[in-house]
Design a binder for this molecule. Structure first.
Ligand code: DGL
Length: 266
Protein backbone atom coordinates (compact mmCIF):
# COMPACT_ATOMS: atom_id res chain seq x y z
CA UNK A 1 0.00 0.00 0.00
CA UNK A 2 2.68 2.50 0.99
CA UNK A 3 4.54 2.18 -2.29
CA UNK A 4 1.41 3.11 -4.20
CA UNK A 5 1.75 6.50 -5.89
CA UNK A 6 0.25 9.80 -4.82
CA UNK A 7 -2.02 11.06 -7.61
CA UNK A 8 -1.78 14.74 -8.50
CA UNK A 9 -3.87 16.54 -11.10
CA UNK A 10 -4.21 19.99 -12.57
CA UNK A 11 -5.85 21.60 -15.57
CA UNK A 12 -2.44 21.57 -17.26
CA UNK A 13 1.13 22.26 -16.49
CA UNK A 14 0.95 24.50 -13.41
CA UNK A 15 0.38 21.61 -11.00
CA UNK A 16 4.00 20.63 -11.56
CA UNK A 17 4.90 23.36 -9.06
CA UNK A 18 2.93 21.29 -6.53
CA UNK A 19 4.67 18.05 -7.62
CA UNK A 20 7.98 19.84 -7.11
CA UNK A 21 6.98 20.93 -3.61
CA UNK A 22 5.85 17.41 -2.65
CA UNK A 23 8.92 15.80 -4.20
CA UNK A 24 11.27 18.12 -2.28
CA UNK A 25 9.55 17.37 0.99
CA UNK A 26 8.94 13.65 0.33
CA UNK A 27 11.63 12.42 -2.08
CA UNK A 28 10.64 8.75 -1.75
CA UNK A 29 6.98 9.15 -2.63
CA UNK A 30 6.04 7.84 -6.07
CA UNK A 31 3.67 10.11 -8.00
CA UNK A 32 1.35 9.94 -10.99
CA UNK A 33 0.53 13.33 -12.50
CA UNK A 34 -2.30 14.13 -14.86
CA UNK A 35 -2.48 17.47 -16.69
CA UNK A 36 -5.62 18.13 -18.72
CA UNK A 37 -3.74 20.01 -21.43
CA UNK A 38 -6.50 19.40 -24.00
CA UNK A 39 -8.99 21.48 -22.00
CA UNK A 40 -6.82 24.00 -20.13
CA UNK A 41 -7.52 26.72 -18.99
CA UNK A 42 -10.19 25.92 -16.38
CA UNK A 43 -10.01 29.39 -14.82
CA UNK A 44 -12.38 31.22 -17.22
CA UNK A 45 -14.91 28.31 -17.34
CA UNK A 46 -18.15 27.85 -15.39
CA UNK A 47 -18.15 25.91 -12.10
CA UNK A 48 -20.45 23.32 -13.68
CA UNK A 49 -18.00 22.51 -16.48
CA UNK A 50 -15.02 22.50 -14.10
CA UNK A 51 -16.91 20.02 -11.88
CA UNK A 52 -17.45 17.67 -14.83
CA UNK A 53 -13.78 17.86 -15.79
CA UNK A 54 -12.66 17.35 -12.18
CA UNK A 55 -14.67 14.12 -11.90
CA UNK A 56 -13.01 12.75 -15.05
CA UNK A 57 -9.52 13.81 -13.96
CA UNK A 58 -9.95 12.15 -10.56
CA UNK A 59 -11.32 9.03 -12.28
CA UNK A 60 -8.14 8.77 -14.33
CA UNK A 61 -5.97 8.89 -11.20
CA UNK A 62 -8.18 6.35 -9.42
CA UNK A 63 -7.56 3.95 -12.30
CA UNK A 64 -3.84 4.16 -11.38
CA UNK A 65 -4.57 2.88 -7.89
CA UNK A 66 -3.28 5.96 -6.07
CA UNK A 67 -3.19 6.10 -2.25
CA UNK A 68 -4.00 9.82 -2.03
CA UNK A 69 -5.23 12.47 -4.46
CA UNK A 70 -3.84 16.00 -4.50
CA UNK A 71 -5.99 18.53 -6.32
CA UNK A 72 -3.16 20.84 -7.37
CA UNK A 73 -5.48 23.10 -9.37
CA UNK A 74 -6.79 26.04 -7.32
CA UNK A 75 -9.79 26.41 -9.63
CA UNK A 76 -10.84 22.79 -9.06
CA UNK A 77 -10.08 23.05 -5.34
CA UNK A 78 -12.30 26.16 -5.20
CA UNK A 79 -15.35 24.86 -7.06
CA UNK A 80 -15.17 21.05 -7.19
CA UNK A 81 -13.30 19.62 -4.19
CA UNK A 82 -16.53 17.98 -3.00
CA UNK A 83 -16.90 16.20 -6.36
CA UNK A 84 -13.41 14.69 -6.06
CA UNK A 85 -13.83 13.81 -2.37
CA UNK A 86 -17.15 12.06 -3.02
CA UNK A 87 -15.75 10.05 -5.90
CA UNK A 88 -12.35 9.05 -4.50
CA UNK A 89 -12.01 6.15 -2.10
CA UNK A 90 -8.74 7.61 -0.81
CA UNK A 91 -7.93 10.82 1.12
CA UNK A 92 -8.02 14.03 -0.93
CA UNK A 93 -5.93 17.18 -0.36
CA UNK A 94 -6.86 20.49 -2.02
CA UNK A 95 -4.82 23.68 -2.03
CA UNK A 96 -7.29 26.25 -0.66
CA UNK A 97 -7.35 25.34 3.03
CA UNK A 98 -3.59 24.76 3.40
CA UNK A 99 -2.91 28.11 1.68
CA UNK A 100 -5.44 29.96 3.83
CA UNK A 101 -4.09 28.40 7.04
CA UNK A 102 -0.53 29.42 6.21
CA UNK A 103 -1.62 32.98 5.37
CA UNK A 104 -3.45 33.22 8.68
CA UNK A 105 -0.27 32.26 10.52
CA UNK A 106 1.87 34.66 8.46
CA UNK A 107 -0.18 37.87 8.60
CA UNK A 108 0.53 40.43 11.30
CA UNK A 109 -1.72 43.24 10.06
CA UNK A 110 -4.58 40.82 9.27
CA UNK A 111 -4.81 42.26 5.78
CA UNK A 112 -4.40 39.40 3.30
CA UNK A 113 -4.49 39.56 -0.50
CA UNK A 114 -5.55 36.61 -2.66
CA UNK A 115 -4.82 36.32 -6.37
CA UNK A 116 -6.12 33.59 -8.68
CA UNK A 117 -8.12 32.78 -11.79
CA UNK A 118 -11.54 34.33 -12.43
CA UNK A 119 -13.29 31.12 -11.27
CA UNK A 120 -11.25 30.88 -8.05
CA UNK A 121 -11.75 34.53 -7.12
CA UNK A 122 -15.47 34.53 -8.07
CA UNK A 123 -16.05 31.45 -5.92
CA UNK A 124 -14.91 33.33 -2.81
CA UNK A 125 -13.35 30.06 -1.57
CA UNK A 126 -10.19 31.64 -0.14
CA UNK A 127 -12.14 34.49 1.47
CA UNK A 128 -14.48 31.98 3.07
CA UNK A 129 -11.62 29.75 4.29
CA UNK A 130 -9.71 32.71 5.77
CA UNK A 131 -12.79 34.16 7.48
CA UNK A 132 -13.57 30.77 8.99
CA UNK A 133 -10.08 30.64 10.45
CA UNK A 134 -10.20 34.24 11.69
CA UNK A 135 -13.25 36.49 11.09
CA UNK A 136 -11.17 39.60 11.83
CA UNK A 137 -8.98 39.13 8.71
CA UNK A 138 -9.64 41.58 5.87
CA UNK A 139 -9.35 39.76 2.55
CA UNK A 140 -8.50 41.61 -0.67
CA UNK A 141 -9.17 39.37 -3.70
CA UNK A 142 -7.95 40.01 -7.24
CA UNK A 143 -8.30 37.88 -10.39
CA UNK A 144 -5.14 37.92 -12.56
CA UNK A 145 -6.11 35.98 -15.71
CA UNK A 146 -3.16 37.21 -17.81
CA UNK A 147 -0.65 35.63 -15.41
CA UNK A 148 -1.42 32.10 -16.70
CA UNK A 149 -0.42 32.69 -20.36
CA UNK A 150 2.63 34.74 -19.26
CA UNK A 151 3.82 31.83 -17.12
CA UNK A 152 3.10 29.33 -19.91
CA UNK A 153 5.17 31.49 -22.25
CA UNK A 154 8.05 31.35 -19.82
CA UNK A 155 8.05 35.14 -19.41
CA UNK A 156 8.81 34.88 -15.74
CA UNK A 157 11.01 37.98 -15.43
CA UNK A 158 9.96 39.78 -18.63
CA UNK A 159 9.21 43.53 -18.76
CA UNK A 160 5.63 42.80 -19.89
CA UNK A 161 5.08 40.54 -16.87
CA UNK A 162 6.38 43.24 -14.53
CA UNK A 163 3.99 45.74 -16.12
CA UNK A 164 0.98 43.42 -15.85
CA UNK A 165 1.86 42.56 -12.26
CA UNK A 166 2.05 46.26 -11.32
CA UNK A 167 -1.37 46.86 -12.87
CA UNK A 168 -3.08 43.91 -11.16
CA UNK A 169 -1.43 44.36 -7.79
CA UNK A 170 -1.72 48.15 -7.41
CA UNK A 171 -5.13 47.92 -5.64
CA UNK A 172 -3.68 45.37 -3.20
CA UNK A 173 -0.78 47.71 -2.48
CA UNK A 174 -3.24 50.52 -1.73
CA UNK A 175 -5.03 48.19 0.69
CA UNK A 176 -1.72 47.72 2.54
CA UNK A 177 -1.79 43.92 2.60
CA UNK A 178 1.15 42.27 4.38
CA UNK A 179 0.52 38.74 3.04
CA UNK A 180 -0.47 37.53 -0.43
CA UNK A 181 -1.77 34.06 -1.31
CA UNK A 182 -0.59 32.85 -4.72
CA UNK A 183 -3.92 31.14 -5.39
CA UNK A 184 -3.07 29.60 -8.76
CA UNK A 185 -0.66 26.85 -9.72
CA UNK A 186 1.11 29.09 -12.24
CA UNK A 187 1.88 32.03 -10.01
CA UNK A 188 4.88 30.67 -8.07
CA UNK A 189 6.97 30.88 -11.27
CA UNK A 190 6.12 34.62 -11.46
CA UNK A 191 7.22 35.23 -7.88
CA UNK A 192 9.95 37.74 -8.83
CA UNK A 193 7.59 40.03 -10.75
CA UNK A 194 4.85 39.73 -8.11
CA UNK A 195 7.24 40.54 -5.27
CA UNK A 196 8.69 43.50 -7.23
CA UNK A 197 5.22 44.94 -7.90
CA UNK A 198 4.61 44.95 -4.15
CA UNK A 199 8.01 46.57 -3.47
CA UNK A 200 9.25 43.40 -1.81
CA UNK A 201 7.33 44.11 1.37
CA UNK A 202 4.73 41.34 1.33
CA UNK A 203 4.96 37.69 2.46
CA UNK A 204 4.02 35.44 -0.47
CA UNK A 205 2.17 32.23 0.35
CA UNK A 206 2.56 29.40 -2.15
CA UNK A 207 -0.56 27.26 -1.76
CA UNK A 208 1.20 24.31 -3.38
CA UNK A 209 3.98 24.41 -0.78
CA UNK A 210 1.37 24.58 1.96
CA UNK A 211 -0.49 21.62 0.44
CA UNK A 212 2.75 19.59 0.31
CA UNK A 213 3.06 20.12 4.05
CA UNK A 214 -0.50 18.83 4.50
CA UNK A 215 0.28 15.80 2.33
CA UNK A 216 3.18 14.93 4.64
CA UNK A 217 1.03 15.30 7.75
CA UNK A 218 -1.74 13.19 6.24
CA UNK A 219 0.58 10.39 5.10
CA UNK A 220 2.02 10.19 8.62
CA UNK A 221 -1.38 10.34 10.30
CA UNK A 222 -2.75 7.55 8.08
CA UNK A 223 0.45 5.46 8.17
CA UNK A 224 0.74 5.80 4.38
CA UNK A 225 4.31 7.05 4.04
CA UNK A 226 6.49 5.02 1.66
CA UNK A 227 9.22 3.40 3.77
CA UNK A 228 11.42 2.64 0.75
CA UNK A 229 14.68 4.58 0.55
CA UNK A 230 14.69 4.51 -3.25
CA UNK A 231 14.28 7.71 -5.18
CA UNK A 232 10.69 8.18 -6.27
CA UNK A 233 9.26 7.20 -9.62
CA UNK A 234 7.37 10.15 -11.15
CA UNK A 235 5.06 9.43 -14.09
CA UNK A 236 3.38 12.10 -16.21
CA UNK A 237 0.21 11.89 -18.31
CA UNK A 238 -1.50 14.63 -20.34
CA UNK A 239 -4.58 14.79 -22.53
CA UNK A 240 -2.77 16.63 -25.39
CA UNK A 241 0.61 17.87 -26.64
CA UNK A 242 3.08 15.89 -24.52
CA UNK A 243 6.11 17.49 -26.23
CA UNK A 244 5.07 21.04 -25.33
CA UNK A 245 4.20 19.89 -21.82
CA UNK A 246 7.70 18.47 -21.43
CA UNK A 247 9.40 21.61 -22.72
CA UNK A 248 7.53 24.10 -20.52
CA UNK A 249 6.98 21.64 -17.67
CA UNK A 250 10.64 21.12 -16.91
CA UNK A 251 10.76 24.83 -15.99
CA UNK A 252 7.87 24.38 -13.59
CA UNK A 253 9.19 21.13 -12.16
CA UNK A 254 12.79 22.28 -11.95
CA UNK A 255 14.16 18.99 -13.30
CA UNK A 256 14.05 16.57 -16.27
CA UNK A 257 10.77 14.79 -16.73
CA UNK A 258 11.38 11.65 -18.77
CA UNK A 259 8.65 10.34 -21.05
CA UNK A 260 5.25 12.06 -20.93
CA UNK A 261 2.30 9.91 -22.04
CA UNK A 262 -0.77 11.17 -23.87
CA UNK A 263 -4.13 9.71 -22.84
CA UNK A 264 -7.25 9.96 -25.00
CA UNK A 265 -10.88 10.45 -24.04
CA UNK A 266 -10.68 13.93 -22.53
N1 DGL B 1 -4.47 25.40 -12.69
C1 DGL B 1 -5.26 26.60 -12.65
C2 DGL B 1 -5.39 27.08 -11.21
O1 DGL B 1 -4.57 26.78 -10.35
C3 DGL B 1 -4.66 27.68 -13.54
C4 DGL B 1 -4.76 27.40 -15.01
C5 DGL B 1 -6.19 27.31 -15.52
O2 DGL B 1 -6.90 28.32 -15.61
O3 DGL B 1 -6.60 26.19 -15.83
O4 DGL B 1 -6.33 27.75 -10.89
Amino acid sequence: MNEKPIGVFDSGIGGLTVVRAIHRRLPHENMVYFGDTARVPYGPKSPQVVREYAAQDAGFLTSHDVKLIVVACNTVSAVALDVVTKQARVPVVGVIHPGAAEARSATRSKRVGVIGTIATISSGAYTHALRQLDPSITVVPQACPLFVPLAEEGWTDHAVTHMVAKEYLFPLKLEKIDTLILGCTHYPVLRTAIQAALDGTVTLIDSGEAAAHDVERLLDAEGLRNQSSQRANLRFFVSDLPAKFTEVGERFLGEKMGRVHRVGGF
